[in-house]
Design a protein around this ligand. Structure first.
Ligand code: BV8
Ligand code: ZN
Length: 256
């Protein structure tokens, strides 16, 4: 099937759907210049495996190294702008209000593009919290309000003196239960799920399309590569989301 026909079919499925869920992964931010988790890391981080750094053990073993990795990634995210894929998803939500956007990403590019009420399964790299959550989960700390002694990194919690850390979910940590529950509810009640830019390898996020499929929803996968979720997809739109999603939104004009 040519990609034009596939786009038309996808547009018809979107237009007919009563409730749409969208699950995005790092691939949707790639065209904004934010490397995906599976991309080879660059520069001085090239020799590190993100999965080995994004853990509480790595932070406890070498807090300064992990803190500086996140500072590097934060600076990349700060420079990044939403790409046409993010904008297309915001337009989808606007034209089809019963669309729930669930992201695994820790950037805020969906919000910058105009998406609202985004479910963040893995936290936010822009936020910082006390490692001990001394005031309760999450004890957020505004870095601008503390003196950031560059010779003593990571900075320390002003309340209890523990190290500060990024407000993201590390491997081996549980996801925020309210966000996860909202995501499960959206996945089990939708009749269409768009799965965009995710390798489908990280759980429990990768289970959401399976829940949707098992609940009878159609899945449309948007990804240049195949993933473990591809076999469940009713339709695959092969290509970068920054190109495919705008075509999908354009095609909606012909079907609605
Ligand atoms: C937990 C924040 C339990 C940090 C992240 C069940 C089965 C197997 C394993 C487990 C399981 N349950 C738990 C586990 C362990 C683990 C896990 O899943 N391991 C995997 C790797 C085997 N899960 C966890 O540890 C989770 N916690 O379950 O806790 C628990 C229970 C009780 C008590 C204690 C604990 C926590 C997981 C969250 C980890 N944190 N992020 C940070 O960012 O630093 S996940 C991190 O990796 C990212 O946030 C992202 O979510 C994920 C990477 O996935 P993707 O987003 O898919 O990105 P990826 O690079 O993999 O793929 C990109 C895709 O885009 C590719 O397909 C590519 O083809 C495509 N692409 C490329 N270019 C484009 C594109 N697509 C579109 N357009 C393009 N232009
Ligand atoms: Zn504290």
């Amino acid at each position: 099937m040519t990609s034009k026909e596939a786009i038309q079919q996808a547009a018809t499925a979107v237009d007919r759907a009563q409730r749409i869920a969208v699950l995005t992964g790092a691939g949707v931010s790639k065209e904004s210049g934010v490397p995906t988790f599976r991309d080879a890391q660059t520069g001085l981080w090239a020799r590190f495996d993100p999965q080995q750094l994004a853990t509480p053990q790595a932070f406890q073993r070498n807090p300064k190294l992990v803190w500086e990795w996140y500072e590097f990634r934060r600076s990349t995210v700060r420079e990044a702008k939403p790409n046409p894929g993010h904008v297309a998803l915001a337009m989808l939500q606007k034209h089809y209000p019963r669309t729930t956007l669930i992201t695994q990403n820790v950037d805020d590019l969906h919000e910058q593009a105009g998406s609202r009420d985004v479910i963040h399964l893995h936290g936010s790299i822009a936020q910082t919290k006390c490692f001990g959550n001394c005031q309760g989960p999450s004890t957020l700390v505004d870095l601008a309000t503390i003196d950031n002694d560059l010779d003593d990194l990571p900075p320390r919690c002003p309340s209890c003196g523990a190290y500060l850390r990024p407000d993201v979910v590390w491997f081996g940590e549980v996801l925020p239960s309210d966000q996860l529950q909202r995501a499960i509810d959206a996945s089990t009640t939708c009749d269409l799920m768009l799965v965009v830019g995710t390798s489908g390898l990280v759980h429990p996020a990768a289970s959401l399309p399976i829940y949707a499929y098992q609940s009878g929803a159609a899945l449309i996968e948007i990804n240049p590569d195949r993933t473990p979720l591809s076999d469940m997809a009713t339709l695959r739109l092969e290509g970068p989301s920054g190109e495919v999603l705008p075509h999908l939104i354009e095609a909606l004009d012909d079907v609605s």
